[in-house]
Design a protein around this ligand. Sequence first.
Ligand SMILES: O=C(O)C(=O)C[C@]1(C(=O)O)C=C[C@@H](O)C=C1
Length: 348
Amino acid sequence: MADKIETVAFLGPKASYTHQATLTSFPALPPSHLHPQTTIADVFTAVQSRTATHGVVPFENSTNGSVVFTLDLFADLQHQHPDILVCGEVYVPVRHCLVGHIPTPPRTASTSTSTSTSTASQGDDSGAQTPTRSAPNPLKPRATPLADLSRVQKLYSHPQAWGQCNAFLSTYLKGVERLDVSSTSRAAELVAADASGASAAVSSEIAAQIHGLDYLARGIQDAEDNETRFFILRRAAERDGADGAQGGDGGGDEETEKWKTLIAFTVDHEDPGALAKALEVFKTYGLNLTSINARPSGIVAWNYVFFVEIKGRRLEGGEGVVNRALRDLGRAARGWRWLGSWESKLER
Ligand SMILES: O=C(O)C(=O)C[C@]1(C(=O)O)C=C[C@@H](O)C=C1
């Protein structure tokens, strides 16, 4: 992929998890070729308008599921990003921290030797939540606070992060106002500007370091192996030979196992079994489905755009099984769009 890459747009600012995904995917690219964007939509627009040759966006988290903003951009209801294709993926471990400002205690004879982290945690130190009827076995947080959190009145983060840190946030910061911002690194940036100690962010360790913030807790995500999958985007018209759409016959099991393909389709909602008929196509060609998602169609209430990922790749001008399945899908579905084929990076 390296020779033709000029610029990569990613969800910024610097130190977002998407930035980490970008550095992992494009390690040789100089920083001046990496363009942070404010929103995921801006990344799509940068690639569509050729401002960037590639884009990097979050797609799915192992704990909290799909990134709906990204799915909606692939659905492209406003026809703003018709040429966007996925050409790669990268998995990044996500270890969230609670970051903010720990107030420096006034120096007196008796306190001068104490450290700022010695005032850890208020309230329930057991880290256990009270069982209720709706949550009889509440998750136990994996981390305990490193500082007194009683001053924290506002929490900032990307909405995807809340669902990944449920146990910690509902145990130690229950009822504290949560403000959604465009990324976890933007959250750290905002908290850095509020020296009062009343704001905290859920962000990465790197974001805390670059903004000079204190750790109020580390490793607060519910699952130790929490990770997010990111997609690398390119424009349809610009072939870079790395997306699997060229060469080979795409036939053998080994080939199929190595690749993934993303497809969006719609069905006739009045036709009973329409979705089953569309999915049957993949079964007919022995194509394993690895994910399925639905998003509102945006045209008729309670109608949906379906997204499936399958193992295998579409061949450019070729006759592979995915090409054949897509031809049949054209008959079974109301409409469909191929959204790219790429090499799988899942290592298990
Ligand atoms: O906010 C960031 O740092 C991002 O890169 C976005 C994002 C996401 O949308 O999933 C990426 C990884 C984490 O799952 C949380 C947030």
